[in-house]
Ligand binder design. Structure first.
Ligand SMILES: [Fe+2]
Ligand SMILES: [Fe+2]
Length: 323
């Protein structure tokens, strides 16, 4: 926990111990002293991540009742349920930094904390379930695997389990698209249309370019982030191009080509004005996503009340029994 020690000497020693832990690539744990900015940055990042998992259930959740077979329904249900679990681990990790779940929820509902821009795009066909798994969860994996080594212990440990599940999500998406690509012309067209719609918004998931990402350098120095936005975006493109070829879909970027000299793919510039608009709340589904979350929260009020009443009664009974 952060403290404001009276002696300047102690303050310096605490800071030095913190710096040494980071330099050793070791973990900072909830009871360790940490600079207030580090704590605030982590709360913001972990909360944003938790909110993304929860809001991210919406586009695909809408397809559970319309899954084309029992097998697809079971897979999609399991996947959406995993995302709820990810949200819960991450809210718990965030609570170790001294914020409550209720506060985090309030910050989301009032719009003061964000969630990933990608979940403000709609899922319009069942192919989108596949594309979201392949590309959105694929991008999440690129972002999140390095976070397993992040400097804050509870966050890094939550990420290990989350990444294992994300890898299942990515494969189920790819397998669904592969099945559709082996189907009819109409199914192949449905996959291509879906990939065309998602490609650029997925590239934007890595955030603005490095020269426009003001907090990145500090997060890298603290070991909260391990790679810059542009590095991760490049890694994702390099990983995805051969997968698209195997699948037989075209990625909608005329500038996309292998650069022998760099040993990476060159690719076009996403429309950053679109990302800015989505972040400001003007994406295709921002209003709908927040309205749905708010309604779900209000509808769940009786469950929270019943759970606290039950906890209080059990607690009273326990105390009476202990007397
Ligand atoms: Fe997830
Ligand atoms: Fe996922």
């Amino acid at each position: 926990m952060t403290t404001t020690p009276a002696e300047p000497d102690l303050q310096e020693r605490l800071q030095a111990a913190f710096d040494a832990t980071i330099a050793r690539n070791d973990r900072i744990e909830p009871r360790d002293w940490m600079p207030e900015d580090y704590r605030r940055t982590l709360v913001r990042q972990i909360a944003q991540h938790a909110h993304s998992e929860i809001i991210g259930m919406q586009p695909e959740g809408a397809w559970i009742g319309r899954a084309p077979s029992l097998r697809r329904k079971a897979i999609l249900l399991a996947k959406v349920q995993d995302e709820a679990g990810h949200g819960l681990y991450l809210y718990s990790a965030c609570e170790t930094l001294g914020v409550s779940r209720a506060e985090l929820n309030e910050l989301l509902l009032s719009g003061r904390q964000k969630y990933s821009s990608i979940f403000n795009y709609p899922a319009l066909s069942y192919a989108d379930v596949g594309t979201i798994g392949w590309l959105v969860d694929g991008a999440a994996i690129c972002n999140q695997v390095p976070l397993c080594r992040t400097s804050y212990g509870p966050y890094g440990r939550a990420m290990i389990r989350i990444c294992k599940e994300e890898s299942f999500h990515q494969r189920q998406g790819y397998e669904l698209l592969m099945t559709m690509m082996r189907g009819t012309d109409a199914q192949r067209a449905m996959v291509q249309e879906s990939v065309d719609r998602f490609w650029w918004p997925v590239l934007m998931m890595f955030g603005p370019p490095d020269d426009r990402s003001p907090n990145s350098a500090r997060s890298l120095a603290w070991g909260v982030k391990r790679h810059s936005n542009d590095e991760l975006r490049q890694r994702f493109v390099d990983m995805t191009v051969p997968q698209a070829e195997a699948l037989g879909v075209t990625l909608p970027d005329p500038e996309l080509r292998w650069n022998e000299e760099r040993g990476h793919h060159d690719f076009g510039e996403p429309d950053w004005a679109e990302l800015d608009a989505v972040i400001r709340g003007n994406g295709p589904c921002n209003t709908q996503r927040m309205a749905h979350r708010r309604a779900a929260h209000e509808d769940g009020a009786w469950v929270r009340e019943a759970a606290s009443a039950f906890a209080e009664r059990t607690d009273r009974a326990d105390r009476a029994g202990a007397r």
